[in-house]
Design a protein around this ligand. Structure first.
Ligand code: HEM
Ligand SMILES: CC(C)=CCC/C(C)=C/CC/C(C)=C/COP(=O)(O)OP(=O)(O)O
Length: 307
């Protein structure tokens, strides 16, 4: 631990030393991202159960998954504090600003990680604990420490960690990996590139300044817009799979088609008729898209409607 702290601190540009409050610790867990991750995990749990999910699995499972995902987010704040301090969107973050020290952030991450892992391992099952730990390592280590700095395909590969929660919810209930759970993972995996690259187009100068090799920086904005459109088409196709394999019903088919039509509208506009707000509008719509899509999956599961 001491060696890790001194390694990270040696590249530190942290200067100011304002007092940290509980809000700084809360912010480091990326609470809004966490809420959406937990919604997808909850839907994974519900779709794995014929009826209601056992309340014990639901609460302990979501708390455990949430704590490990938060731990990963805190580690991301520590590892990225130098990059964060150079970008307008992130310069005010607690570690980048020096409000939370690197050792305190790491102790916070360690506590969240250990308690979250033990909850899953002792009260849910070892498979869920290990898969969630793999998600933490995938995001905090593989993506943040290596891929983010190495390749513009960083978020495509790293996106697997963020896509994992429906599978984690599913295994929390059944203790097994099921093909239907992997379909939910595939949806989020395909959704991630248009979600992130839309924002990266809007923030291209920020990433260039911090020398982070995101796609608009390395391959230009036009190529990134084409990639957003390509992945959105792919997402529309992948979203049909749950209906085609009879995992979902007509409510899902109609709901997901409306949402995908919306995403296609923004991706098309971004490529062929963009104004200065379109990239940000596409990014915001991507979040609404995923949130409503998973609510629709839930409604479809509990409201039997056969046509
Ligand atoms: C490698 C994969 C991903 C990358 C690189 C990525 C990147 C980002 C970035 C840079 C932001 C802006 C954060 C800010 O404004 O400070 C963001 C916001 C957001 N992301 Fe993602 N994201 C990924 C995966 C996900 C996943 C899997 C989810 C949920 C299932 C998600 C949900 C959100 C939400 C809800 C926000 C809005 C946060 C806010 O308004 O504070 N993201 N994402
Ligand atoms: C399931 C589990 C245990 C895994 C954790 C997954 C997790 C927290 C995913 C979050 C994805 C995310 C917000 C990436 C931001 O990328 P970035 O770090 O490049 O963005 P930033 O510049 O806003 O920090």
């Amino acid at each position: 631990m001491a060696k890790l702290v001194s390694f990270i601190a040696s590249s530190s540009s942290v200067s100011s030393r304002a007092r940290a409050s509980w809000r700084d610790y809360y912010e480091m867990t990326k609470p809004k991202v966490l809420m959406l991750l937990l919604l997808t995990a909850l839907v994974g749990m519900c779709l794995a159960s014929p009826g209601w999910v056992d309340w014990r699995v639901l609460t302990i499972g979501l708390v455990g998954i949430g704590m490990l995902a938060s731990s990963a987010a805190v580690i991301n704040h520590v590892v990225d504090h130098r990059i964060d301090s150079q970008m307008a969107r992130t310069f005010n973050r607690p570690v980048a600003k020096g409000k939370v020290t690197i050792p305190n952030a790491l102790y916070f991450a360690l506590t969240l990680g250990v308690v979250g892992f033990l909850l899953l391992a002792l009260y849910i099952n070892m498979l869920t604990a290990m898969l969630t730990l793999a998600g933490l390592v995938g995001y905090a280590v593989v993506y943040t420490m290596f891929l983010k700095r190495a390749t513009p395909q960083n978020i495509v590969i790293g996106g697997l960690a963020g896509a994992a929660p429906p599978l984690l919810g599913w295994t929390a209930v059944t203790g097994e990996i099921h093909a239907h759970a992997l379909l939910l993972v595939l949806i989020i995996f395909t959704w991630t590139p248009p979600h992130f690259w839309a924002l990266a187009i809007h923030r291209e100068k920020d990433y260039a300044k911090a020398k982070v090799p995101m796609l608009p920086v390395t391959h230009g904005v036009e190529f990134t817009k084409t990639s957003v459109l390509g992945y959105t088409v792919l997402l529309c196709l992948v979203c049909l799979l749950p209906y085609l394999v009879a995992m979902t019903g007509i409510i899902y088919l109609v709901g997901s088609s409306v949402l995908n039509a919306g995403f296609m509208y923004y991706a098309w506009k971004l490529k062929f008729a963009a104004d200065c707000d379109t990239a940000m509008q596409t990014f915001k719509f991507s979040i609404l898209h995923l949130m409503v899509l998973f609510v629709v999956l839930l409604v479809d599961h509990y409201v039997p409607l056969s046509l």
